[in-house]
Write a protein that binds this ligand. Structure first.
Ligand SMILES: [Zn+2]
Length: 441
């Protein structure tokens, strides 16, 4: 079947060679690590990128191709969110607590609904629809605790054909009875899910110990065994989010050199490990992240909401460029990567640092694809890549429509989109060339 469509509009994406080192900081910077085409054409054939260029150069070759005219909307690769809790939609925006109390009072009771099939399906359907509404096409996500709900989550993702990295959240200590599975039960669920879903379609399994305070040493040892048996699995967990958490981890693991060492002791710090937060870091922990190639997921909206602290971007960058952005939906009160990029800027300003527009957009798109080692498949518009893209309509927001009148270049456009944009300006979201969400439908 030859299924080709061309999308005409303004096009923006990063080059294959783009990195945090070589991206331009402002419009007078001559580095050309990105492509911006006003009145461009994106050709999508059988779910993959088949070509991209200016409309002028393509217009004579489009006679047999369906062309969707997007006017002055921006066509760009979908966002990549590297930290989110798919099971926490029902407790987002809960008042008044910091991390450990917030988990007890809101998260654990909220996650119980996933024991019931119908509640689980309803909640995850909302979540995935909302994710697409926000223009996120790939995520690293914590799934449900229970087998049936986790299996259902993978099935729903597979049905939507999304490139997704997820796994059942693991928790065998310090959890309420209704959410506590034995170490062996957690392990058995993981094994079954790996056998059934890892590398099926566009799905990758992720070993997901919630954090060191909720997983026993025996559990982490089994996580290490799973990773040894399947070296291509991802791992995700939380690290140095909150100062009380750091103190409690020291009490529970008195033998550890530091918080990161707890995970490293069990072989869990690898170049496919995504570490959420990384706020209260020791130099030796950052050095170990650098040496292992592990991935940092910075979640500024969650850190601000829970009062966890300010992530230090420039300090982290001195050790590693494997920095990505996450909503931490649950603690984060938005699934919009615009909101994340906006708060990343504000947190940087509070740290007396300037975070350039291109760098932030890169962290949420192609940079995340590179860091997660999926850049041969998604993240930009090179020929042959999977066609996961979004169409952004700044004019869908009355104020953005007004504000964009004086905007002269892509740097400024990205900046106002990140500062003023939200889900309402996502006109449509495409997964492998198929429209998965459209605002006017
Ligand atoms: Zn989290």
């Amino acid at each position: 079947m030859n299924n080709t469509t061309a999308y005409r509009g303004n096009i923006f994406y990063f080059n294959d060679t783009a990195s945090l080192e070589n991206l331009p900081k402002h419009k007078n910077d001559t580095s050309n690590q990105y492509v911006y085409i006003e009145d461009g054409i994106l050709i999508v054939k059988n779910g993959k990128i088949d070509g991209v260029g200016s409309y002028a150069t393509y217009k004579d070759k489009l006679s047999d191709i369906k062309v969707e005219n997007c006017g002055t909307k921006l066509i760009t690769p979908g966002f990549i969110d590297t930290h989110q809790h798919s099971t926490q939609s029902s407790i987002v925006a809960a008042y008044g607590e910091k991390l450990l109390e917030w988990l007890e009072d809101y998260v654990f009771p909220g996650e119980r609904i996933y024991a019931d099939h119908d509640c689980a399906l309803k909640d995850m359907t909302f979540f995935l629809d909302h994710l697409l509404r926000n223009g996120t096409t790939t995520a690293v996500s914590y799934g449900p605790l229970f087998y049936d709900a986790s299996d259902l989550f993978f099935a729903e993702l597979n049905k939507r054909n999304m490139r997704f990295i997820t796994g059942n959240i693991l928790m065998d200590i310090n959890a309420p009875a209704t959410l506590k599975l034995s170490t062996q039960e957690n392990y058995d669920i993981s094994k079954k899910l790996i056998d059934k879903w890892h590398n099926k379609g566009r799905l990758s399994y992720c070993i997901s110990p919630r954090f060191a305070l909720a997983t026993s040493e025996a559990m982490m040892e089994l996580c290490g065994e799973l990773k040894k048996a399947h070296p291509d699995l991802y791992i995700q967990t939380h690290l140095n989010e909150n100062t009380n958490e750091v103190k409690e981890v020291k009490k529970l693991y008195p033998w550890s050199k530091n918080y990161l060492d707890v995970y490293d002791h069990f072989g869990l710090i690898t170049d496919k490990t995504v570490l959420g937060h990384c706020i209260h870091m020791l130099d030796e922990e950052l050095a170990q992240i650098r040496d292992s190639g592990a991935i940092v997921s910075w979640c500024p909206i969650s850190n601000n909401f829970l009062g966890s602290g300010l992530f230090n971007y420039e300090r982290t960058l001195k050790f590693t460029d494997k920095i990505t952005l996450g909503t931490d939906w649950g603690g984060g009160n938005s699934l919009s990567m615009f909101a994340v990029m906006d708060d990343a800027y504000k947190v940087s300003m509070l740290n007396n640092q300037k975070l350039p527009s291109m760098h932030r957009w890169f962290l949420a798109t192609y940079g995340a694809a590179k860091t997660l080692q999926i850049d041969s498949k998604v993240g930009n518009f090179d020929k042959g890549k999977e066609a996961d893209f979004i169409i952004i309509d700044p004019d869908a927001s009355p104020f953005l429509k007004y504000r964009r009148r004086g905007v002269e270049d892509i740097f400024e456009l990205l900046f106002i989109l990140m500062t003023l944009g939200d889900e309402k300006i996502i006109n449509s979201t495409y997964i492998m060339g198929e429209c998965a969400y459209r605002a006017d439908k």
